[in-house]
Design a protein. Structure first.
Length: 138
């Protein structure tokens, strides 16, 4: 359990590997996995986010355009400059508070996805080897 003293909270902030609001650019996507849900968030031009998943899916609201208030330790102390950090709770602008964050994946809008064109025959050969070549010949 995380300590509730100011010193413990500040110490945890240094090891939480946060994604800061200032780190994000328009179009960047975050995949946030909490103890109970998964959220997919895309940063929009006005510092709001298009959010799918978790509570918003269960309420039939996805996708929703919403602000992110920050991250908390589960109490009333909130870090407004942090959008997501391991072990913390994400708080949305509508006061919905997630369970503890267990995983974060940041995909930059400027990064290529990394998929290259491939020859279908080469792909099938690499997956099935000679079995594919034998079936293709018959």
């Amino acid at each position: 359990m995380w300590g509730r003293t100011v010193g413990a909270i500040l110490g945890h902030t240094r090891v939480a590997r946060p994604i800061r609001r200032s780190d994000l650019h328009d179009g960047d996507q975050l995949l946030v996995v909490t103890e109970n849900s998964v959220y997919s968030m895309t940063r929009l031009e006005d510092m709001t986010f298009s959010v799918r998943g978790g509570w918003f899916d269960r309420q039939g609201l996805s996708p929703v355009r919403i602000s992110i208030a920050g991250c908390t330790w589960g109490g009333s102390v909130i870090k407004v400059d942090i959008v997501a950090a391991y072990g913390l709770h994400l708080e949305f602008g509508n006061r919905v508070l997630t369970s503890r964050i267990r995983g974060i994946r940041l995909v930059r809008a400027s990064e290529p996805i990394g998929l290259l064109p491939v020859n279908v025959g080469e792909l099938l050969r690499s997956c099935y080897g000679s079995r594919w070549e034998d079936s293709a010949a018959s």
